[in-house]
Structure formats: structure tokens, C-alpha cells
Design a protein around this ligand. Structure first.
Ligand code: FES
Length: 272
């Protein structure tokens, strides 16, 4: 059985293609030639003549190999899930086995060490931060210097008062006589509104140190006045005795005793 070979036509590259994908070759006529006239000039010379098909019963259909049209770039890499799946990498989890620790215990120890170290560092940083904040909030040296005042005890004769200013408030200093001390200590504290012994209010019996602020509404009482020979607040009529304890009037408490100390070497009274 004789086979007929057919010719091939290689179309030149075109710059356009139809929507169907067929290259657009306007100068190439693809219509069939007239029946029986296979020698006639015209397009579709690749169509097998009718006589050839009849003679053999087997026909090779010619194919047109059209080179790629247009300019394109080959795609070497794809991130589409379909392409990855086709390559066998679609939804595979990466293999982290080479990165796993060979010994779980040593790995745990390292983790504990790292967590502990970070905890110590964090605690240290927090401590220094709090210390800085507190040191900034603390009083400066000049303010601390004003926080204490010194009074020469020799400048206050027995039986006299001295008023000094400390932290913006008046401070009464009384150099008491022996009679005043005896009077102050003879009082029955059960009769007092704010029970307090004279011993509790003084470090040395001859020296009485108090804030000169009335415990009612904050007026400054007058010394050596009132019904009890101590201090009298003229604002609302509070009477304090020679120990500064409230004896009559609206004031609820005794006059406050501030912090103070004696500097015997320099014979000074240090308040604050
Ligand atoms: S303020 Fe002193 S009695 Fe009222």
C-alpha cells in the first residue's frame, strides 16, 4: 500500500492571532481549491487530492506548524497552588527535622536558662527605673537643709517663749520654770479631752516644743494667755495648758509636738 506524503507549510511568525488561537496570516489563502483542479494555483495546496485518498484509502492529513506568535517570555517559576500540586509540593509541610534538637532535655534546659536570664534582666531594669524615679522625686540637698532648723537654747531665758518658723509653720519653744513643770505634771490626764501626760510630750521637762497651729481650724494661738496659763486661740476660744494640751474650747486635740533633738555639744535644739 502506497502512502502519500503531504507537504508542510511553515508559516512565518505573525504578530497577531485570532481569538481562536489561529495565527492571523492575511496573505495566505486557506480556502479549498476547486474540485479536481489540484494543480491550480491557489491556497490550500496541502489538502490531499481526492484521487489520492481514493487510491490508497489512507490519507495523511497535513498539519500546519505555526511557530509561536508574538513576543513572550518563558515562565520558569510558579507560585500557583495548582502548579505546586502538579509538582507534588502542593500542601506539603516543610521538613524541619534537620533543625530539631537531638536531645529534648538539653533543649529544655536551654529554654529555662534563657527565660530565667531574661527575667533577671527585666527585674534589674525595672529596679533601676524605679530607683531613678524615686531619686528624682526625693528632696534635693537645699530643700533638706531647710527641713531642719537649729535654735540656740541659751538665747531663750527660763520662763520665756520663742517662736521660730519651720517648714512654713510657727514652732513654739518654751523654756519652762520648775513651777510650770510641776503644774503640767500634776494634771489628771483622765480629765483631758486628748489624754496625754507631760512626760509623753517632752524630752526634757524644761523644754516644751510644739507646732503653733491650733488643732481646731489652724489659727496661731497666743502664748502666756488663756485660763490655764498656756496658750489661747482667739479665733474660737480654745485654751491650752502649760503643756500645750487642750483644756477648753472647740479644738479637739493637743498642740502637735514635732520631731526635734538636742545638740548638747553646741547647746542647740534641732527641729526636724
Ligand atoms: S482655730 Fe483655734 S479655736 Fe478655732
Amino acid at each position: 500500500m502506497a502512502l502519500l506524503s503531504t507537504s508542510r507549510i511553515n508559516l512565518l511568525p505573525t504578530s497577531r492571532a485570532l481569538a481562536s488561537g489561529v495565527p492571523f496570516a492575511p496573505k495566505l489563502a486557506l480556502s479549498l481549491p476547486p474540485q479536481g483542479d489540484h494543480h491550480a494555483a491557489g491556497p490550500r495546496s496541502d489538502v490531499v487530492p481526492k484521487w489520492a485518498a481514493r487510491a490508497t484509502g489512507s490519507v495523511n492529513v497535513s498539519r500546519v506548524s505555526a511557530p509561536p506568535t508574538g513576543i513572550f517570555s518563558q515562565r520558569f517559576f510558579s507560585t500557583s497552588s495548582r502548579a505546586l500540586a502538579a509538582a507534588g509540593n502542593g500542601s506539603q509541610v516543610p521538613d524541619w527535622t534537620p533543625y530539631e534538637a537531638s536531645n529534648a532535655d538539653s533543649n529544655r534546659t536551654l529554654s529555662y536558662f534563657m527565660v530565667g536570664s531574661l527575667g533577671v534582666l527585666a527585674a534589674s531594669g525595672a529596679k533601676s527605673t524605679v530607683a531613678d524615679i524615686l531619686s528624682n522625686m526625693a528632696a534635693s540637698a537645699d530643700v533638706l537643709a531647710l527641713a531642719k532648723i537649729e535654735v540656740e537654747m541659751g538665747s531663750i531665758p527660763e520662763g520665756k517663749n520663742l517662736i521660730v518658723k519651720w517648714r512654713g509653720k510657727p514652732v513654739f519653744i518654751r523654756h519652762r520654770t520648775a513651777d510650770e513643770i510641776e503644774e503640767a505634771r500634776a494634771v489628771d490626764i483622765k480629765s483631758l479631752r486628748d489624754p496625754q501626760t507631760d512626760e509623753d510630750r517632752t524630752q526634757r521637762p524644761e523644754w516644751l516644743v510644739m507646732l503653733g497651729v491650733c488643732t481646731h481650724l489652724g489659727c496661731v494661738p497666743i502664748g502666756e494667755a488663756g485660763d490655764y496659763g498656756g496658750w489661747f486661740c482667739p479665733c474660737h476660744g480654745s485654751h491650752y495648758d502649760i503643756s500645750g494640751r487642750i483644756r477648753r474650747g472647740p479644738a479637739p486635740l493637743n498642740l502637735e509636738v514635732p520631731e526635734y533633738a538636742f545638740n548638747d555639744e553646741e547647746e542647740k535644739l534641732v527641729i526636724g
